[in-house]
Design a binder for this molecule. Structure first.
Ligand code: FNR
Ligand code: LAC
Length: 362
């Protein structure tokens, strides 16, 4: 696939994605819950913060390298778990994994990937994490953890913020439904999760929520997994503290890209209290609205150890396949390195809250 020469930033990929993608699929991927209050807040939070650079510092030997759970990784920018990459490209997650391998980015594969987690892992060099939506039947969670471990995945991400999907009006208006040839391949071997609907007028409270994940289930997964377990979707500092007490290896501060509870604050705004409370004990990651290298600097300045990017990965996969994802990741990494250099930071440790402009006039 030829990449259009006027794609020079992540938003350019979004522009081409919207122009070229079937509208129902674009509605699913770029969609949000309800009115998009949270999704917009994610991006606005980044543009609201301003950076105050510190030139003339020594930049010799500058690097973006970090160590996460014992693995040395070249960049703090990770690929967030997203369902069904084959919606936008026939090679789906296999292409994304190859792009991750080529560029050294960790790729977090979704439980709802459109290829088997085992097949995605065949793109060996990619450092992979596996994301799990907790399932009602405990043994199925254990089976998924075993499968991920046997396939060489390095960590498990348990996503806790979506016991039900959000109010997906954008998808509904567009009439999105999953095409017949795309399924959550990892999950087809398990019996469908039955929804007991005892009172038709109340489908959510009387049916779907009877056996959703709770702290006890999280504890079971932590006891079972030999891989580090991160929890994705923590928003409150008390929950962060409880998760750390239980033994999670990391926390991903996230509002699911504004796709679940509309009216949540920007994920960037949720970050600082959580970092203050538990940042010294475990790595705290952040996702939601990262589109520029300066956004990565801002997230790290407020205490994130690393960040994840979501939609731009699917935009690039749709527009340019494997090369598109490599190109997009390279654009963001280059912007990040430029921003670090311009701010006077030679290492990730040097990115701190002193870089954030305190606008006393406001
Ligand atoms: C997601 N996200 C998501 N999260 C997760 O834990 N499991 C999943 O299967 C999915 N699926 C998914 C599909 C699509 C199409 C999108 C856009 C997102 C949420 C994702 O991991 C991440 O939290 C957000 O996408 C981050 O926000 P940005 O970067 O998209 O603004
Ligand atoms: C989504 C689900 C798959 O956000 O997490 O679409």
């Amino acid at each position: 696939m030829r990449i259009p020469p006027d794609i020079v930033s992540l938003s350019d990929y979004q522009r081409y994605f919207i122009a070229r993608t079937e509208p129902t699929v674009a509605a699913y991927i770029d969609g949000y819950a309800a009115d998009g209050v949270t999704m917009r807040a994610n991006e606005q939070a980044f543009s609201r913060l301003k950076l105050i650079p510190r030139p003339l510092r020594c930049l010799k030997g500058a690097t973006t390298q970090l160590t996460l759970f014992g693995d040395k990784i070249p960049t703090p920018i990770l690929i967030a778990p997203m369902a069904y990459h084959r919606l936008v490209h026939p090679q789906g997650e296999a292409a994304t994994a190859k792009a991750a391998a080529l560029t050294g980015h960790i790729f977090s594969v979704s439980a709802q990937s459109s290829l088997l987690l085992e097949d995605i892992a065949l793109e060996q060099q990619a450092p992979l994490w596996f994301q799990l939506y907790p399932r009602r039947r405990l043994h199925e969670n254990y089976d998924l953890i075993d499968r991920a471990m046997l396939s060489g995945y390095r960590a498990i991400v348990v996503t806790i913020d979506a016991p039900v999907s959000g109010v997906r009006n954008v998808e509904q208006r567009a009439g999105f439904s999953l095409p017949a040839d795309i399924t959550a391949m990892n999950l087809t071997r398990y019996a469908p999760e039955e929804i007991k609907q005892t009172r038709p007028a109340s489908p959510i409270f009387q049916g779907m929520l009877d056996e959703t994940a709770d702290w006890a289930l999280l504890k079971s997964l932590l006891n079972y997994s030999k891989l580090p377990v991160l929890v994705k979707g923590i928003a409150h500092e008390d929950d962060a503290a409880q998760a750390v007490e239980m033994g999670v290896a990391g926390i991903i501060v996230s509002n699911h890209g504004g796709r679940v509870l509309d009216s949540m604050p920007a994920s960037l705004d949720l970050l600082a209290p959580i970092v203050r409370r538990v940042g010294g004990e475990i790595p705290v990651l952040l996702d939601g609205g990262i589109r520029r290298g300066t956004d990565v600097v801002k997230a790290l300045a407020l205490g994130a150890k690393a960040v994840m990017i979501g939609r731009p990965v699917l935009h690039a996969l749709a527009v340019g396949g494997l090369q598109g994802v490599v190109h997009m990741l390279t654009l963001l990494q280059t912007e990040f390195e430029m921003a670090m250099a311009l701010c006077g930071c030679a290492t990730l440790e040097q990115i701190n809250s002193q870089l954030i402009w305190k606008d006393d006039g406001q």
